[in-house]
Design a protein around this ligand. Structure first.
Ligand code: ADP
Ligand code: MG
Length: 433
């Protein structure tokens, strides 16, 4: 990863080349099938972490790294396994995964696990087919520059780019042919796509994730962050206010560590939130999820209903984080960077101490950034136990910050970090048909 994003054309070329190499000499026979190329971005969450699966608020933005899906496909009325094959290949694996898109598809492990993200989405879109004997038939090649497993949501970008590809085959949503204007899709179509992709990841990849990643990859809009209400799925586009010259930038720093603890701890946090909610509902019947609870409810449940230890800490993080997220969106719109930064710093402390999802490498990056000139605030972004930090910094201090993080992170950990500057980019779209 460099400080500037890869040109999307480079990804298209990589996917096209891989397609030719993988399928060029044994292309799908049906001449009615069309060629499509779709893309969907990764994301970074400014604030609102571990709040999406308890109906709360998040404030992410789409970034300039994406996944591109290039290939040919269509729908066939046949159940013969030779007619109705799907073949997928990615630049990250180079080996072709072949299967039939039927309702009896099952997830595979190990070397083909990556294909579950594509298959899971195909399964979700099978309900859009006209009859039970229709099958998706496709050959697709995938190229992306969202770093895998770094908390920038390569998984959602793969799912959402696949979803747009299938929508093209199904002729849904009028296939607006323009990446830069995702507004051409209706709000409902983009949200429906996000829901299908989230379900794919939940049921087919066995990741109990919330809706945030798929939502912003599908609904992102250039220059805007999205304040998403994860209960109603209503969302508001939030622009960064203030004077043009005074506009800060976001620097993302990838720690390049991913502690395996994260995979096992995530479902534990999901369960702890459920357990805390059931205790809280004893003191206030209106509490259906942590989104409904206030600090007052938490204090009452702590003194009278046995909300204590880890459950108290988890609830305290989520409830305070929801409040910070809504406040940060307001402050961003006003160009009140100091307030946004203070909220980001408080968010990090809460994730570290109460939600306990940080790790030494991330804390070092955050401390280095928080102590650097021109920085308003810095925090862990994404699920935690490694991954990335996000920092709001004055524009003319951004490069100095990146140099500082590169040098000091290596000095303190012996590891290398990758940093890039980003601003809110567009959501998913069709690049060519
Ligand atoms: P994150 O979403 O933060 O990047 P995840 O663990 O949720 O991390 O998802 C990463 C996984 O998504 C990868 O291990 C791989 O299975 C799959 N994936 C994402 N992008 C690609 C790609 N371009 N090619 C193949 N698999 C991909
Ligand atoms: Mg993911």
């Amino acid at each position: 990863m460099s400080s500037s994003t890869t040109n999307i054309q480079t990804l298209i070329n990589q996917a096209e080349d891989l397609y030719e190499k993988s399928f060029g000499d044994r292309e799908l026979g049906n001449t009615n099938f069309n060629t499509f190329c779709t893309s969907a971005p990764g994301r970074v969450n400014l604030i609102g972490e571990h709040t999406d699966y308890t109906d709360g608020f998040v404030l992410p933005l789409a970034i300039g790294y994406s996944t591109v899906v290039y290939g040919r496909g269509g729908i066939m009325k046949s159940t013969s396994s030779t007619d109705t094959r799907c073949r997928i290949v990615s630049t990250t694996t180079n080996s072709i995964v072949e299967f039939q898109a039927t309702s009896s598809l099952v997830p595979l492990c190990k070397s083909e696990a990556w294909a579950n993200y594509v298959k899971g989405v195909i399964l979700q879109y099978m309900s859009e087919l006209q009859s039970a004997d229709e099958r998706f038939v496709l050959d697709i090649a995938i190229a992306g520059d969202v770093p895998l497993g770094s908390g920038l949501s390569s998984s959602a970008s793969l799912e959402v780019a696949t979803a747009v590809f299938l929508e093209c085959i199904l002729n849904l949503n009028n296939n607006p042919y323009c990446i830069d204007d995702s507004l051409l899709y209706t709000r409902e179509a983009k949200m429906e796509r996000a829901k299908k992709c989230q379900k794919a990841e939940n049921v087919f990849c066995n990741v109990p994730c919330g809706i945030m990643d798929q939502f912003v990859s599908s609904c992102g809009s250039r220059g805007k962050l999205l304040l998403i209400d994860c209960r109603s799925l209503d969302y508001k586009e939030v622009s960064m206010g203030g004077e043009e010259g005074d506009m800060p930038v976001l620097v993302v720093a990838n720690s390049n560590v991913k502690h395996s603890l994260g995979d096992s701890e995530y479902p534990v946090r999901v369960q702890q939130c459920k357990d805390a909610t059931s205790i809280l509902s004893n003191v206030n019947q209106n509490i259906q999820s942590l989104r409904d609870a206030t600090m007052e409810d938490i204090n009452t449940a702590s003194s009278s209903a046995g909300l204590e230890g880890a459950l108290l800490q988890r609830a305290r993080h989520v409830v305070s984080e929801n409040k910070r997220t809504v406040e940060a969106a307001n402050a961003l719109e006003k160009g009140d960077w100091a307030t946004v930064g203070t909220l980001m710093n408080a968010s990090h402390a809460s994730m570290k101490d109460d939600y306990q999802v940080s790790c030494p490498e991330i804390d070092i990056l955050v401390e280095l950034a928080q102590g650097y000139e021109g920085v308003y605030g810095s925090r862990l972004t994404g699920g935690g136990f490694g991954g990335c930090t996000v920092t709001l910094v004055k524009r003319d201090c951004a490069q100095g910050l990146i140099d500082h993080l590169n040098k000091e992170y290596t000095a303190k950990t012996g590891k290398q970090c990758d940093c890039f500057e980003t601003s809110p980019g567009s959501g998913a779209g069709l690049l060519m048909a």
